[in-house]
Design a protein around this ligand. Structure first.
Ligand SMILES: Nc1ncnc2c1ncn2[C@@H]1O[C@H](COP(=O)(O)OP(=O)(O)OP(=O)(O)O)[C@@H](O)[C@H]1O
Length: 263
């Protein structure tokens, strides 16, 4: 669960990028954040794992963690107060995706996905790049979930844009995140590939019960795949509701009078 309370972000140049943001996102949700360029969508997403600090308010994230006895319990993190080890620990539970696939072209698809496991390794293990059997099973099962297991031993650079984004999503999945923050993950893809990748996100969200919070410019795709829409305008949340309840009037409110269907 993620809870923003009265969050404000003012950049050093004076831009008030988030204005009194209140937002609560629960387990299993697929949230699309929409709004004009410069509205504050990226700033909002990047506060979740403290890539952006905030000036006031609080951000709380509750995740499941195994305690010393091996029992799963809920642990809450006050993100804006976190630093060092605790922040790194929280970040291992948050998957990050962007429009850049960030794959290493010369490496196989499998190796690209295995790279997600490095954060969970001990120092010596990561130094020699020794992946355990468990790591390999997790990586291979992530590829299977994304329907690209048959590409495991192909070099990443030999795959299409859509498949490259699938590798990135498989890598994110291999991290075993509890939530995924995706900043414009389909903006570099043609409409057919974009639909396929959105469908992957939806499947992962539903089957793996991972929260997805995505910034997206394609309103049609947001309405088709996300369950909840958050509309941001000049740093403020001006709409927050179910995708099926979004009307042309609401879109005009978010994007201004000139809004017209984009696809
Ligand atoms: N590092 C920064 N320093 C100063 N101002 C910034 C910085 N990053 C963003 N801003 C400003 O904050 C506001 C919100 O920007 P943000 O990138 O969050 O918008 P966005 O909705 O994600 O836009 P886009 O859809 O174009 O990515 C903008 O006015 C932007 O110029």
């Amino acid at each position: 669960m993620i809870k923003f309370e009265n969050v404000n972000k003012v950049w050093p140049n004076g831009v008030h990028a988030l204005k009194d943001v209140n937002l609560e996102i629960s387990e299993g949700e697929f949230v699309a954040v929409i709004g004009l360029s410069g509205a504050g969508k990226t700033t909002l997403l990047r506060t979740i794992n403290k890539m952006n600090t905030i000036n006031s308010g609080t951000i709380n994230i509750t995740v499941n963690e195994k305690n010393k006895a091996g029992k799963v319990e809920q642990v809450s993190y006050l993100v804006n107060k976190l630093s060092g080890r605790k922040l790194r620990r929280l970040r291992t539970k948050i998957g990050l995706m962007s429009q850049d696939y960030n794959n290493i072209g010369q490496q196989t698809v499998l190796k690209n996905v295995l790279n997600a496991r490095v954060a969970k390794m001990g120092f010596w293990q990561s130094l020699i790049g020794w992946f355990t059997k468990k790591d390999k099973i997790i990586a291979l099962s992530s590829l299977e979930k994304l329907h690209i297991l048959d590409r495991a031993y192909i070099r990443a650079e030999n795959l299409s844009g859509g498949q490259q984004q699938r590798i990135a999503l498989a890598r994110t999945l291999a991290q075993k995140p509890q939530l995924i923050i995706a900043d414009e993950p389909v903006s570099a893809l043609d409409p057919i590939l974009a639909n396929q990748v959105m469908n992957d996100f939806k499947r992962i969200n539903e089957e793996e019960k991972i929260i997805v919070i995505m910034n997206i410019h394609h309103v049609e795709l947001a309405l088709k795949y996300a369950t909840r829409i958050v509309g941001v305008k000049a740093g403020e949340i001006v709409f927050d509701g179910k995708a099926k309840d979004v009307t042309p009037e609401i879109l005009k409110d978010i994007y201004g009078e000139t809004y017209e269907k984009t696809e």
